[in-house]
Design a protein around this ligand. Structure first.
Ligand SMILES: Cc1cc2nc3c(=O)[nH]c(=O)nc-3n(C[C@H](O)[C@H](O)[C@H](O)COP(=O)(O)OP(=O)(O)OC[C@H]3O[C@@H](n4cnc5c(N)ncnc54)[C@H](O)[C@@H]3O)c2cc1C
Length: 569
């Protein structure tokens, strides 16, 4: 095995997505020499957004993907709503990246293996967790207690929101703390009227504009990184040359690069962390070259695992030594357990009479949000925790001819006018942490790089599914209160994984006997090993989680640098 154990690096960061990008930025800005290892190919901001600004007619199959290609190469990724011919180069080829699930428990593992990871394809919805979320496990006894509280993370939310640029409105809800937002995108006339009706008919429930990682009023710092104001093109998942939405390529990696402290190596698959039994610390990582399959090692004084929830846990489980036969930092035996994803599958819609003389002004980079109210202002004894909704009102154009029924001159004449206003929404529910939801390494099957594949066994539990009924009932009640007509509600629980908020499996906690990481995302067992992606999550709350990964990463990075300076690790 080739060795590059130069120990020149103060920190090795594994993965360049939302959390790895932030770790690279925070650590380099604090003076550390950082090696960033990314398993996928290089993606150059702007130059490699190859479908940006293109029309359907400029793609070989008018934006569609031949069925045989989907079935052979994208049989999992195809279920992601953002997967299309415009974006498929930012999703993994499922044939090349196998994993296993029980046949009756699918877990769509939606991934992007390239520089920037899923920071290129995410939907950018950015919400803080609240005090209630950090206390929940302790109060109702599910999972272990978070070793931090909202007040520990609040300054770090401020820090990452200011850097990333989150647009939103200040509403003063304790269950959804505000931040230093950039100006919100406007709500349209129907959303504003629905907001008034819902908030007066159902006190405690709110319809607000979605908080999203888009620049509406770029700061000097953001402009100095080459980022500009969002133009509402709403083609974000193809990549944005304006750098208007937050991604590793538009924001954190340029910030890290300009310090002169960052070395990035792509096509470098980290297979395991090297454990030095004498020093009782991580001394580096083993890497397989994605193209040549050659193996080599890199040394570093600290290791940050940010490869995304399941990839990080796969690396940890595969880091076996005499001291840690079941995976590094796994003396508790909890590594791989307590996998969570948000619960979805409730959709609701209806039509709105009025405002027929108005139309939407262009596109918009976000929708609306209905923050959690169940077991906040409205108790429901059928289940613990709660859910929020995301949705938007819009007025269909002539393009509704694709699904509207009709034929002939009258139909054509009707299509000259916009359709009626419609509102659609979907729920996102909290999933309780449960030990039985777990991942482990296969003992016989490996991938083409010789790395044991991951087995995933995860299902929603009783509490989660009870929540789904209430989510559907509440959706109807909200739309009725808003005065909508032709209301429809559907309920088809999504399999865990499909909401793409997979988290847990190397949870934080007070006690080394029941958790993997301490309050600084530092492995209880290996003090110079940090895990700051979704693997660290102790509970899922119901808010989109990536902003929390950023805040935890920034906090852990600052703590690690202090510990290095003090010689504590
Ligand atoms: C379509 C879509 C919409 C989404 N919408 C939202 C949203 O609105 N709000 C929200 O909060 N979240 C959203 N998410 C989820 C969000 O993208 C993830 O939570 C976030 O990207 C996780 O960050 P991460 O750094 O942990 O992982 P990633 O961003 O996935 O990055 C991980 C990186 O690690 C690399 N890697 C993996 N394994 C290895 C290895 N062995 N060695 C080296 N490198 C490795 C990968 O190639 C990748 O680049 C969405 C995701 C998708 C796909």
């Amino acid at each position: 095995m080739a060795s590059d154990m130069t120990n020149d690096f103060d920190a090795i960061v594994v993965g360049s997505g939302i959390s790895g990008g932030f770790a690279a930025k925070e650590l380099t800005e604090r003076g550390l020499k950082v090696l960033l290892l990314e398993r996928g190919r290089n993606v150059t901001h702007r130059a490699d957004y190859t479908t940006e600004g293109k029309g359907n007619w400029q793609l070989p199959y008018y934006g569609q993907i031949p069925e045989d290609v989907v079935e052979s190469d994208y049989f999992v990724q195809k279920d992601c709503y953002a997967f299309s011919d415009f974006t498929k180069h930012f999703f993994v080829n499922d044939r090349e990246h196998p994993y296993a699930t029980p046949e009756d428990k699918p877990f769509p593992w939606i991934r992007g293996y390239h520089l920037g990871g899923r920071s290129l394809t995410w939907h950018r919805q950015s919400y803080r967790l609240s005090e209630m979320d950090f206390e929940a496990n302790k109060l109702d006894g599910h999972g272990v207690d978070w070793p931090i509280r909202y007040s520990d993370l609040a300054p770090w939310y401020d820090h990452v929101e200011t850097f990333a640029g989150i647009s939103g409105s200040v509403v003063g809800l304790p269950q959804l703390p505000d931040g230093p937002f950039q100006p919100p995108f406007p709500m349209n006339c129907v959303e504003l009227e629905m907001k008034d009706r819902i908030e007066s008919a159902l006190p405690g429930r709110h319809l607000i504009i979605g908080r999203t990682a888009h620049l509406t009023e770029p700061t000097e710092e953001q402009m100095s990184l080459g980022r500009g104001r969002c133009m509402n093109r709403s083609e974000c998942q193809r990549g944005c040359s304006i750098g208007a939405y937050f991604s590793s390529l538009s924001a954190t990696l340029p910030a890290a690069n300009r310090t002169g402290n960052l070395t990035t190596v792509t096509d470098a698959i980290v297979e395991s962390v090297i454990y030095d039994a004498d020093g009782q610390r991580a001394s580096g990582v083993r890497v397989v070259d994605a193209n040549t399959k050659e193996r080599r090692t890199y040394g570093g004084r600290t290791v940050f695992l940010c490869a995304s929830t399941l990839a990080t846990t796969q690396i940890m489980l595969n880091s076996r030594s005499e001291r840690f036969p079941n995976g590094i930092a796994n003396s508790s035996g909890t590594l791989g357990h307590y996998l969570m994803d948000h619960l979805g599958g409730v959709q609701a819609w209806g039509t709105f009479s009025g405002h027929e003389d108005k139309y939407e002004s262009g596109r918009r980079a976000t929708g609306c949000y209905i923050p959690r109210f169940r077991n906040v202002t409205d108790e429901d004894e059928r289940f613990l925790r709660g859910y929020g909704y995301q949705g938007a009102a819009h007025r269909p154009s002539w393009a509704r001819s694709r699904w509207a029924q009709g034929i002939g001159a009258d139909f054509k004449a009707e299509l000259r006018q916009p359709g009626s206003w419609e509102f659609g929404m979907g729920g996102f529910g909290e999933m309780l942490p449960a030990e039985r939801n777990r991942v482990w390494l296969d003992d016989s099957e490996t991938d083409q790089w010789g790395i044991p594949i991951l087995n995933i066994d995860c299902e929603h539990g009783e509490n989660d599914l009870a929540m789904l009924d209430a989510m559907a009932e509440d959706a109807r009640e909200l739309l009725e209160a808003a005065g909508l007509e032709n209301i429809g509600v559907s309920k088809n629980p999504t399999p865990p994984g499909l909401l793409i908020h997979e988290m847990g499996t190397a949870r934080m906690g007070h006690d080394p006997a029941t958790s993997v990481l301490n309050k600084y995302n530092q492995a209880h067992d290996v003090p110079n090993l940090f895990v700051t992606d979704g693997a660290c999550m102790t509970s899922s709350a119901c808010q989109n989680p990536s902003l929390t990964y950023m805040a935890l990463t920034a906090r852990a990075s600052a703590a690690a640098v202090d510990m290095l300076k003090e010689g504590a690790i």
